[in-house]
Design a protein around this ligand. Structure first.
Ligand code: CO
Length: 289
């Protein structure tokens, strides 16, 4: 009896949808990132990735949300309006979207990713189809694919030279992702070391490795979606405590490249396939019903 009633409700809501939208379901992809107040880099990384996703899914309206309320505030002062995740989802629901795919542009399944998962869960009943995609470094194959994509775009380095990535790092248990990243880089023989600005491994760990392996010249790159505050200041800044300054002081020849991962088309393509994966998984869930 209960089941029958549920079925009846489904049929009724289905009829409603057809009546309101003439059979066209409004579908959206909400692309979520931490955000950045570096407007030029925003265009090169986040916006470029959003456009790549929009081009791959022409039936979907692609919208933007940021997780950083500070970044949202800074941009608002410049007249650029961006929703928080909560607002973005509420807006889509209010505008009659019935399907929403949330794709985070985060790198690891850390604090922010889980926060987005929690927010999305609040809207379970607001959409008939609602799902969230994976970040880059999630399952093992995702690590391999992402590191291949990134390292294919690294500058070539000769002997005695190496790339040093500045990752973000976190107090969240997902900080262990950086160990797997380093392990795979070594297994593939890429001359790349990863340190983090807010977690472990740190720059001291990286410098120990550089010494051990006889590296004299280092190219610094951010292992972050955007070349924003951390990349410009903590990595490549002229202050005495930037990685560039510390490495130079220790006698390394240092060059810096301010390229966020979101600029790399092969990385943008991984986000596109993350969306494709979620769509495939909800399609198969629908089939199983
Ligand atoms: Co930070």
């Amino acid at each position: 009896m209960r089941l029958q009633r549920t079925l009846m409700l489904l049929v009724l809501s289905g009829t409603c949808l057809i009546a309101v939208y003439g059979g066209n379901v409004k579908k959206a992809i909400l692309v979520v990132s931490f955000g950045t107040s570096y407007e030029d880099n925003l265009k090169l990384t986040i916006e470029a990735t959003e456009k790549r996703i929009a081009a791959a899914f022409p039936d979907y309206e692609v919208r933007r949300a940021f997780t950083s309320s500070i970044v949202i505030k800074v941009l608002k002062k410049k007249g650029i309006l961006v929703n928080e995740v909560d607002e973005g989802l509420a807006e889509l629901a209010a505008q009659g979207f019935t399907e929403c795919i949330v794709q985070p542009l985060h790198l690891i399944t850390g604090e922010e990713y889980h926060q987005v998962v929690k927010t999305v869960a609040k809207y379970r009943t607001s959409f008939s189809r609602l799902a969230i995609g994976m970040p880059l470094f999630a399952e093992t194959a995702g690590y391999f694919r992402t590191l291949d994509a990134i390292c294919a775009n690294n500058p070539t380095v000769g002997s005695g030279e190496a790339i040093v990535f500045m990752g973000h790092g976190t107090h969240h248990p997902a900080n262990s992702s950086y160990a797997l990243i380093q392990m795979i880089l070594e297994a593939k023989g890429f001359p790349v070391y990863v340190g983090t600005v807010e977690g472990y491994p740190d720059l001291d760990w990286v410098m120990d490795r550089l010494d051990r392996d006889g590296i004299k010249m280092v190219t610094l790159l951010p292992l972050m979606l955007v070349a924003g505050d951390h990349a410009n200041n903590d990595m490549a800044g002229d202050e005495a405590d930037s990685w560039k300054s510390i490495l130079t002081e220790k006698g390394f020849a240092v060059r810096t490249i301010l390229r966020g991962l979101g600029e790399v088309p092969a990385v943008q393509d991984i986000y596109v396939s993350r969306v494709r994966e979620v769509l495939a998984s909800i399609d198969s869930a629908d089939d199983a019903d």
